[in-house]
Design a protein around this ligand. Sequence first.
Ligand code: ADP
Ligand code: ADP
Ligand code: MG
Length: 682
Amino acid sequence: MFTKILIANRGEIACRVAATARKMAIQTVAVYSKADAQAKHVAACDEAVYIGEGEGNSPKESYLRWQAILAAAQATGAQAIHPGYGFLSENEDFAQACADAGLVFIGPPPSAIKAMGLKAESKQLMEKAGVPLVPGYHGANQDEALLQKEADRIGYPALIKASAGGGGKGMRIVERSEDFAAALASCKREAINSFGDEAVLIEKYVQRPRHIEIQVFGDAHGNYVYLFERDCSVQRRHQKVLEEAPAPGMPQSMREAMGKAAVDAARAVNYTGAGTVEFIVEQQGGYDAPDKMKFYFMEMNTRLQVEHPVTEAITGLDLVEWQLRVASNEKLPMRQDQLKINGHAIEARICAENPDNGFLPATGSLNVYRKPLHSAFERSDLRIDDGVRQGDAISPYYDSMIAKLIVHGATREEALAKLDRALSETQIVGLATNVQFLRHVVKSDAFAQGKLDTALIQREEKVLFHQEKLPLAGVISAWIAHVLIAERASQTSDPFSKRDGWRPFGITTRRFAFEWHDQPVQAELSYLHDGATLLHITQADTKLQGLLTCEQDATVEDLDVKVSFADQRFKASVHASSHEKGQVASIFTAQGATQLIVIDPFIQIAEGGAQAGRLTAPMPGKLVSFAVKAGDTVKAGQTLAVMEAMKMEHTIAAPKDGVVSEILFAPGDQVSDGAELIKLAA
Ligand code: ADP
Ligand code: ADP
Ligand code: MG
């Protein structure tokens, strides 16, 4: 076994690999970019080497610099390199360079990465190995007329895919024959820009598809096993959101057939180590007819996947340990007949993004980052994989995943309940996240009943987006309780400076003003003779009133309050930060979370003015292109520029008709959040 490995990655996967290495008494070397100098993964390893050049932050100037990574491994005396996922993990040249430098690449042989690297070539190979494929065309001839003919033969809707694509990019659905040519051109453009290769393949667009993948493992002694399946059907933009194992409703015979097909696929390329064979599953008999499901090979990911923890949860195995054993030439630790499924596991990817605004990625600082308490769960039933700590920044340079929550239960129902609870105890303040959105998905009937397909999020949009689960009374009383408790904590023994309870003369009243979901709310708090506090809440025609009592929830931090208002009692956590109108409160309860603007009457907001006519970057990122030049006349909604941030492209559109008076940046420029990009005159 190795005594020292280098982890050529960052974030949660680097921390996760380091944890297994520590368990196995293997020393670890981290590599880091400029932005990551203080990152958790650096602290988690025994040594760390800076691998940046230039600005030292973009993947190109850091985690993709393989010569620097190889040099770091050699300088520190590491014997092997774990690539994690993303970055260099599926780069056959890097795998080969490791071997040439006398280092072990913890992954499959370069030849297997190459064979599976292109979707079209891998499909030709799989066809020969007898693995079922989606009806389609994956030939080398890329003549446009031929591609059109093939699409017409396959039928519509059809899917055009960049053969070199990945990460959900480079795909176009075509509904009608006459739309094919335009979709092909646009797909090729994205393929050449993102992957440097314009070859495409065409597939039948499977209806009501589920994404079910099989975890496989091979060793250098010709042994193969499959570690069952994961269902990753809940996706947005072809990217996974929730993953679970086993797949709901999976018939045992189909599991075995898919397992066999996956092992055949691995064997066909002399695969070693951890890999995932992804299948698309057609539900020919609707959501409730598992016996009518048909599976087709989609692609093989020649690395560890983001969602591997759900497989670990149901098998009780450590897949990184298996990777390390296989890479150091040991045999697979178990045979197929020794592997069993225990219970059900689900993973939720917590990302810095705004689901209610098209999943726009967010950046910022984790001013508050509170995780679910392990004490509330069976020890092994909750796992949190992350690469950040409270106070860390989510930068625009890398992807937007903050953490993964993984829960395990005896049944799917139990696992779902635990996931909802774990999400409800996840409190993040400082940037937008998808935590509440994930709760809505987990609680939706469609997901709970296992009516899965890759369109679930679109299909259920009415119950997933723009949801508010907290009642007005709860939100306002939680804030006022928070204020009263903070005042009690700071009060002196002088009765005249007391702001709660006993007053020498009569009733006193305090007024509060708020904005909640852009609607004004007023509240009045009256101190009664006997020390009680009476709260009135007014929003438009709604008037609520009741006695308010509160105390600090001593069990945790001072952010937690126990509130009783009218006939409701509940616990809440309240975090306040400054806001242009006063403060913004982030309020978390078991029911949900929300943001409330607390208006400070002494702050005057300037009306209109400066912001009008400005076109600013919605987030930090890189400018890809401008679609207009100075002097152009534009219409409202017209594309002006394209930005790239967190691996996604965002279009900046004209807010109104006008004339472009000035372009303030050039393509390729890095811009910060709020930077003015274009001047538009009326
Ligand atoms: P998984 O199935 O493990 O979730 P993903 O497709 O989500 O795999 O990819 C895992 C990571 O690798 C993500 O950070 C994703 O953005 C990145 N990734 C995968 N393929 C590519 C690619 N071809 N180019 C850039 N990033 C990629
Ligand atoms: P990537 O390399 O980007 O992960 P995949 O080929 O694995 O690309 O496809 C990503 C996702 O696109 C799948 O999980 C699935 O949701 C959808 N998809 C892919 N192929 C098809 C198909 N033939 N029909 C319907 N959906 C598909
Ligand atoms: Mg895929």
